[in-house]
Design a protein around this ligand. Structure first.
Ligand SMILES: [Fe+2]
Ligand SMILES: [Fe+2]
Length: 497
């Protein structure tokens, strides 16, 4: 028993140290499920590894198979500088190639040591402990490397500890890569859907890209706002990405709107004018035949009849662009609608009901029926997006996108939601949507409204309860210059139409 207490003391100390290590490992494992950002977690893992192993620095290298390089995701002591080293060189490269832990007590006696990194960083490496990081499938995804044990060389317990931490780091990394690839998949799917939409409809494509840009600015301004009612609202990068997706998809329902309505420029399209011109020609001919059959054609009155039809056609042509129609023209169109001629025994009105309804439109270029179809795009947006199995983090996208035509005063569509019933993000999209509709230079059916006037309209629209007034104020104060933006057309908005 003599001297036993002296032997037990170091044993107890070793046990306590082992306990501490296990406790720290447990803590690190818990962090895996509680820390969202992988960068933050890996930085923390590297820091804890240096402390636990009594070392100066720890680095985490990711294996880039395509370039056959290891690049530093975390490199303590190098600031933000990323290190890139060939994967077939150095001790980390050796651990990667062998797929095994490598413990080098004196690097300068080791043939695989790569002194280039020390030359780059100005650091003096004495010893290295490097452990491979393995994926779920068994492949090596990276290397954890610890430099310079402060006292002596790395010991077997350091090796065991590093292997455990490296497996925690590889799980974290794999999880983050999985999440990242899922997000990338969604992002590329969204981008590709929007491009497909752009192939058919360049204007909507340009519009959605700009709405995404404005919405992002508004959300960032909300985060930066220290004022009520946005004081406590903050958009993380993830939320901003979600809002961007919703903005890019907000008009995806327009893929169901017939091209004749979607691309309509005037009240009557050229082929409709041509149909009217041909009909007037048939009326002239039918009138001539009828006069000849009835005993003779009076050239004077026939010329006058033809001149009347030509004048009617000119009147129609003068009224096809969107805008109010004068009382005189409206009266003339009513007369034409009521005038019925016989062409090959078929009673034919000079103007059809549809043509008449289009010509007398006081606003815009769409009839009530066409406008109904156009408005339905937002319901279709919902139908399309609600069918997608969104990950939990993105599940609000369909609701945000499909509320961009709701209005705080309840006059919007399709649900007629009011005030807070509309998610803030739907209200952000609405502001961006209307602003772009006013200022876009690529709409075929209307001219760009000058910036001061557009901003006044936006304020008036908010004052009437059609837009969130606080958002409009913030947008005009923080997001657009008083004289408007020099916005890139994002490679779109091709104004060939
Ligand atoms: Fe819309
Ligand atoms: Fe829109």
């Amino acid at each position: 028993m003599k001297g036993g207490g002296g032997r037990r003391a170091p044993a107890r100390q070793a046990l306590a140290e082992e306990n501490d290590r296990l406790y720290t490992l447990l803590e690190l494992s818990t962090l895996l499920s509680s820390t969202r950002g992988v960068d933050q977690l890996l930085k923390f893992l590297a820091m804890e590894t240096s402390v636990l192993l009594g070392a100066e620095r720890t680095s985490i290298f990711i294996y880039d198979e395509s370039r056959e390089e290891l690049w530093s995701k975390v490199a303590e002591g190098t600031g933000r500088k990323m290190l890139r080293v060939p994967s077939d060189r150095g001790i980390a490269g050796l651990a990667l190639r062998k797929g095994k832990l490598v413990n080098v007590p004196d690097v300068h006696r080791h043939p695989d040591f790569n002194p280039d990194v020390d030359k780059q960083t100005g650091y003096h490496t004495r010893n290295i402990l490097a452990a491979p990081m393995r994926s779920h499938g068994g492949g090596v995804t990276g290397v954890m490397q610890v430099l310079n044990k402060k006292s002596g060389a790395f010991r077997p317990q350091d090796e065991k500890m590093l292997m455990s931490i490296a497996s925690i780091a590889s799980v974290a990394l794999e999880n983050s890569l999985l999440i990242e690839s899922q997000i990338n998949l969604f992002e590329s799917f969204i981008e590709s859907s929007i491009h497909a939409l752009g192939e058919r409809d360049r204007i909507t494509y340009g519009h959605t890209v700009r709405v995404a840009l404005y919405s992002d600015r508004i959300a960032r301004a909300i985060s930066a706002s220290g004022r009520a009612p946005f004081k406590r609202i903050h958009y993380s990068e993830e939320s901003l990405r979600k809002l961007r997706f919703a903005a890019l998809l907000h008009d995806i329902g327009k893929i169901t709107v017939p091209e004749a309505i979607l691309n309509k420029r005037d009240k009557l399209e050229p082929h409709e004018i041509e149909a009217i011109r041909l009909r007037f020609g048939q009326i002239k001919l039918a009138e001539k035949i009828r006069a000849l059959e009835n005993g003779g054609l009076n050239p004077e009155s026939y010329r006058s009849f033809c001149a009347g039809l030509d004048s009617d056609l000119d009147r129609i042509r003068r009224n096809i662009t969107p805008g109010a129609v004068s009382a005189e023209d409206k009266g003339a169109f009513e007369r034409m609608r009521r005038s019925v001629y016989r062409i090959a025994d078929d009673p034919t009105p000079q103007l059809t009901e549809t043509e008449y309804q289009h010509l007398v439109l006081a606003k815009g270029n769409l009839s009530d029926e066409e406008f109904k179809v156009m408005k339905d795009h937002v319901r279709k947006t919902w139908d399309i997006l609600a069918k997608i199995h969104w990950p939990k983090d993105l599940k609000e996208i369909p609701v945000w996108a499909a509320t961009h035509h709701e209005r705080p005063n309840g006059t919007g569509y399709p649900q007629g939601l009011k005030g807070d019933e509309i998610p803030l993000e739907g209200q952000i999209l609405a502001v961006a949507d209307i602003y772009d509709a006013l200022t876009a230079a690529d709409r075929p059916y209307k001219k760009r409204i000058p910036e001061p006037e557009a901003q006044k309209i936006l304020r008036d629209t908010a004052a009437a309860g059609h837009l969130n007034a606080d958002l409009v104020t913030l947008f005009l104060e923080a997001c657009v210059a008083p004289d408007g933006d020099e916005l890139p057309p994002a490679g779109v908005g091709n104004s060939e139409r």
